[in-house]
Design a protein around this ligand. Sequence first.
Ligand code: NAD
Length: 370
Amino acid sequence: MIDEFSVKTTIFSGNEALAILKRYEQHRVAIVTDNFIAHSPLLSQVLHYLGTQVKVFDQVKPDPDIQILQQGTAFFSDFSPEVFIALGGGSALDACKGIRATYALINKGANLPLIAIPTTSGSGSEVTSYAVISDAERNRKYPLVSTDLLADIAILDARLVLSVPKPIAADTGMDVLTHSIEAIVSTNANDFSDALAEKAIKLVATYLPQVYKTPDNLLAREKVHNASCMAGMAFTSSGLGLVHGMAHTLGALFHIPHGKINAMLLPIIIEFNADRNEAIQARYLICAKGMGINTNNPLVGVKELIECIRQLNKSFSMPASLRELGVDLSLLQKDNQATIAAILQDGCTPTNPRAVTAKDIEFLLKRIMG
Ligand code: NAD
């Protein structure tokens, strides 16, 4: 057996990390971002370090779809970029990964260098080999996975996330927690992914409530930003699990922010996975300890972990069910079998610690519906 843990992306962090961009002053730079960021000081802070040959595609929408990739690729076709910069939340980062890959394909060339600059602390996309792309017509999200999607450079500057409003900070922060917990219990977990995920859990448990309470707290923002990146490195190695398998499908169907649907599903899936399985309970005990729960009893650990996540969700005003969120549940009832099939086929489901059947998914869908 051969295990692999590779680290490709060079991470620059700190309040002068953006200055690294000066290296590209003489290059033709393609920037992919969303409209909000393009009209905020965030884009100007990046442009400050670049030269005059810069073209900005700012049409990324949350949960980018195939059309955005086509649009972005066409936008840069006459520009001949030499480097791509992805600036934004997970949506902009993933869109840029997709546009860069499509650009290389169409121009029959190698992937151009990619610099990822996250402006949310959530997806970890700046260091992951994933890009989550939606099929808007079918209301589906697909996690694409390839080492070709890895960025060459990630720039972590917590000042770029200071403007993230509290509800988005909560959604994205709970995404980090979900990445870390799913990495630890994944069937592909290993010592390297454990180390990163355990640290990420501790940072989120300590600092996410502080970010929510005092959004201007730069230290707390920095810690959650680092946690997001660490969790990304962890799950790119270990894979994820059923929370993500279900979140991709339900998020696409009801257009729920990714972190929010993860947060809602997390306690339900932990309860399901850990049920009467001591080995899985032992893995969740590691997560419980990371959250500051002081017990060596796996059963108690799982129970308290679930309660702790429910309390955290409550403190962030997260709904506990789809009913509470107020989505049109008839969509799910109409599409039930197709939804179950999509969850079973999702790229994140196979590494869930407990094998799942269609019947299990049916049960879990009822639970999340509320
Ligand atoms: P997002 O990128 O969709 O952004 C959410 C909102 O926050 C947007 O309106 C955006 O304009 C705004 N925003 C971004 N930065 C801001 C800032 N600094 N200040 C104020 N507002 C800001 O949300 P996200 O949670 O970062 O990313 C979610 C997407 O990432 C989903 O599509 C999800 O599936 C994907 N994802 C990808 C990976 C991966 O490894 N590639 C992992 C997890 C999630």
